[in-house]
Ligand binder design. Structure first.
Ligand code: HSE
Length: 441
């Protein structure tokens, strides 16, 4: 049987990885897929450079629409990224009856509803394993491997750049800005790292996982997203003294009121496997009612790890593209007419526990005032750590850090309590609040 013909839009890091993995493993891939998979055409800006890489058998053009219009092409792989031209090209490829493989998490997290419904109407697949956690087959696991389960929650380290930065901050005791510069120098962080360090990239990924886990539409606009730019080395140190590590987690959880969908730095007990995922690695924990807690670990980015996911999608499509579209695995795991409208909760309704750090004047009664405010808000304290006072300022005035771990509280209640604490004249600096996740089964 003739090999499936693939057209790449873009041939950067992931495209090159896809090209070499398909070439290197072509015999095994063919034995798995039932027929060969060939990259037949590539659209790039720098045609001469691409030609020197892919050789004479691949047609190289500088017009992505020439790939989409080519009737020989069965699958279009979109590796351009972003929500601009990539969105237009993906919709055009679908309209032309092509299956699409993409690593574009931003596109699907923001415009997924439009794209998946266009694909359903046309009977084509849009596969996106590489969009979440790179080489870890988490989409496959959530959509198929765990299909028996009512999924309860997912918590993941799904951004390698920020995990690398947090690991370095903890190991070397350095502040965020210093480590970011070093990460950029080593190529672990982009020249413009905004999407990574502000939590947006992780927000896109957790939005996709949430949709697949709970059968809700993709709705990145409802996700709460907070990055790591305000974290200080002191908080990482205090967390460690209390038995925790700080990780940027993407969390989505089913609650009786609705779905939590959030990204923010979190204290995680140091004994959890997730807390020990270091450097640029990714890991996702999924809790399902039947299976219990499961953990998926691996490289979340990079040429061949991402290619591993892209090629897996190509094999899936190769096996299924002649199947009746109604018999394929749905894009978001649930049948498109069976999605639920469970609300995504506003952050004020999220219930979690907290780490608070207050810089206070070392005076009689300060701790009583602080604990009094928390008690009157109904917030229960789990642990308190007070450092020895430092002498600062004139006339022997001293200050100290008070660190409080709380039990579960509603975020809205905690916001009000923090506002009252902040107004105390003895609280001398902005209060640091970091959420805490026990991640118990
Ligand atoms: N920039 C991402 C990361 C990889 O640092 O994990 C691509 O999503």
């Amino acid at each position: 049987m003739k090999a499936i013909q693939v057209g790449l839009l873009g041939i950067g890091t992931v495209g090159l990885g896809t090209f070499s993995v398909l070439q290197r493993n072509q015999e095994e891939i063919q034995r798995r897929a039932g027929r060969g998979i060939e990259i037949a055409m590539v659209a790039v800006r720098d045609v001469a450079r691409a030609r020197s890489i892919v050789g004479p058998d691949v047609k190289v053009v500088n017009d992505a629409r020439a790939v989409i219009a080519n009737p020989e092409i069965d699958i279009v792989v979109e590796l351009i990224g972003g929500c601009g031209v990539a969105k237009q090209l993906v919709l055009e490829a679908i309209a032309a009856g092509k299956h699409v493989v993409t690593a574009n998490k931003a596109l699907l997290a923001v415009h997924g509803t439009e794209i998946f419904s266009a694909a359903c109407a046309k009977g084509v697949m849009v596969a996106f394993e590489a969009a979440v956690a790179g080489g870890i087959p988490i989409i496959k696991a959530l959509r198929e491997g765990l299909t028996a389960n009512r999924i309860q929650w997912i918590a993941g380290i799904i951004n390698g750049t920020t995990n690398f930065i947090l690991s370095e901050m903890r190991e070397k005791g350095l502040d965020f800005e210093v480590v970011l510069k070093e990460a950029q120098r080593l190529g672990y962080a982009e020249a413009d790292p905004t999407f990574d360090i502000e939590g947006v990239d992780a927000g896109h990924k957790v939005t996709l996982m949430s949709a697949i886990a709970f059968g809700i539409p993709v709705q990145f606009d409802k996700a709460y997203v907070e990055g790591i730019t305000k974290l200080g080395a002191a908080d990482i140190r205090y967390a460690e003294q209390l038995g925790y590590r700080i990780k940027l987690l993407g969390i989505t959880k089913r609650t009786p009121k609705g779905i939590e969908l959030r990204v923010h730095p979190s204290l995680v007990p140091a004994k959890r496997l997730l807390a020990n995922v270091e450097g640029a690695m990714n890991a996702v924990v999924v809790n399902g009612d039947a299976v219990g807690t499961t953990l998926y670990y691996g490289k979340g980015a990079g040429s061949e790890p991402s290619a591993s996911a892209v090629v897996a999608d190509l094999v899936d499509i190769t096996r299924l593209h002649t199947a009746d579209p109604l018999h394929r695995v749905p894009h978001l795991a649930f049948q498109p007419d069976a999605l639920t409208n469970l609300p995504v909760l506003p952050m004020s309704e999220v219930v979690t526990s907290y780490y608070l750090r207050l810089r206070v004047a070392d005076q009689t009664g300060v701790l009583a005032q602080v604990t009094g405010i928390l008690a009157s808000a109904g917030i229960s304290i789990d642990a308190v750590l007070q450092r020895e006072a430092d002498e600062v300022g004139g006339e022997g005035s001293t200050q100290t850090d008070v660190i409080i771990l709380t039990h579960d509280a509603r975020e809205g209640t905690m916001n009000e309590a923090i506002a009252r604490l902040q107004a105390l004249p003895t609280v001398l600096a902005p209060i640091v609040r970091i959420r805490k996740e026990e991640l118990a089964g």
